[in-house]
Design a protein around this ligand. Structure first.
Ligand SMILES: Nc1ncnc2c1ncn2[C@@H]1O[C@H](COP(=O)(O)OP(=O)(O)OP(=O)(O)O)[C@@H](O)[C@H]1O
Length: 318
């Protein structure tokens, strides 16, 4: 099959990639839909980069098959190279050229590109058009990378860890730029280890651990399935050595399930707000010295349930 815009931009079937004895991608199958932001979430070393490199035709699979825009990644991908944009994890370009010059240089490689001004405008880069790439902040360098990948007007854009190393304001700015892309006709494949990035942007997300995809759905559906709707976090007072007291026992009895990230903390997962609310006030009644919080469940809880661990800010499992 080739040519027209399919409902699925990417179709992956039993794809596997081994490096010697390391299986980086382990028999994965999934689809990416047209005009969605598809998140690939997992710790460092999970195989995310290898998987997207396979989909970009940069590596050869050990087994299995995949198509991008209907074209086989091993045989035909060259035919759609103009329709695929890539912003790699550590993006760099000509330091002394301005933002406009860097975009124009990339534009020259394509037969039917967007105007440079259109891309500058879409990425809110007009005020920096004449600034040298090397003088930009990390956030604006990343944004220039996205602009250079978008000048070919691709149908699908791969973004690998687009906000790693950026400050909170720059991250939010980058999110706004990414969020508008599906409405402009670009499907986004977003690789990240940040839970909040997935919650902010992804229409659907695949959780990748040790080369395999452990769960795949919308964030809301995953939270409902794996994390309940609400949770109670209990932190013991510093002076208390043993967490197994009345508070912990009550939480264990009432919650659908509990996790204990360390000896001073316990997390209870609840399926309904009412039971959680009642438990919350009962726990306060037992001992007001404990720190007890009632919070909505999110991707972090999903990840904990599916992978048995959570991730630190550097993307390592803990
Ligand atoms: N070129 C290579 N040769 C040998 N092993 C590799 C190579 N590239 C990756 N690996 C191994 O494959 C596994 C998956 O790595 P990969 O970089 O795809 O994961 P990742 O989820 O993208 O992690 P990160 O976010 O750290 O890049 C790891 O065990 C890694 O050490």
């Amino acid at each position: 099959m080739a040519g027209d815009t399919p409902h699925s931009v990417v179709q992956v079937s039993n794809l596997q990639k081994k490096y010697g004895s390391t299986t980086a991608v382990d028999d994965v199958s999934f689809e990416i839909h047209t005009d969605e932001i598809f998140g690939l979430l997992g710790p460092n070393g999970a195989g995310k980069t290898t998987l997207v490199e396979l989909l970009q035709g940069l590596r050869t699979p050990t087994a299995g098959a995949a198509t991008v825009l209907g074209y086989d990644i091993q045989d035909d991908l060259y035919a759609v190279k103009d329709r695929i944009g890539v912003v790699p994890q550590s993006f760099h370009t000509f330091e002394r050229l301005s933002v406009r010059e860097n975009i124009a240089l990339m534009r020259d490689l394509y037969s039917d590109p967007l105007a440079v001004e259109t891309v500058l405008d879409r990425l809110d880069l007009d005020d920096y058009a004449d600034t040298a790439f090397g003088s930009l902040s990390g956030g604006f360098q990343r944004r220039t990378g996205i602009a250079m990948a978008l000048v070919s007007d691709p149908d699908v854009l791969f973004l690998d860890e687009p906000t790693t190393g950026l400050d909170p304001a720059a991250r939010r700015g980058t999110w706004q730029q990414i969020d508008q892309l599906p409405a402009l006709g670009t499907t986004v494949v977003l690789t990240t280890h940040y839970m909040d990035e997935i919650e902010a942007l992804a229409d659907r997300v695949a959780l990748m651990v040790d080369g395999g995809i452990r769960a795949i759905d919308t964030v809301a559906a995953l939270v409902e399935r794996y994390a309940g709707t609400v949770k109670i976090n209990v932190t013991l007072p510093k002076s208390t050595a043993d967490g197994d007291d009345q508070i912990m026992t009550t939480l264990r009895q009432r919650a659908r399930e509990t996790h204990q990230p360390d000896s001073q903390e316990m997390v209870g997962i609840f399926d309904d707000q009412q039971t959680a609310q009642k438990t919350f006030s009962d726990l306060h009644g037992i001992d007001p010295n404990y720190s007890i919080e009632l919070v909505s469940a999110g991707m972090e809880d999903v990840f904990l349930e599916v992978a048995g661990s959570t991730l630190d800010t550097a993307g390592n499992r803990r």
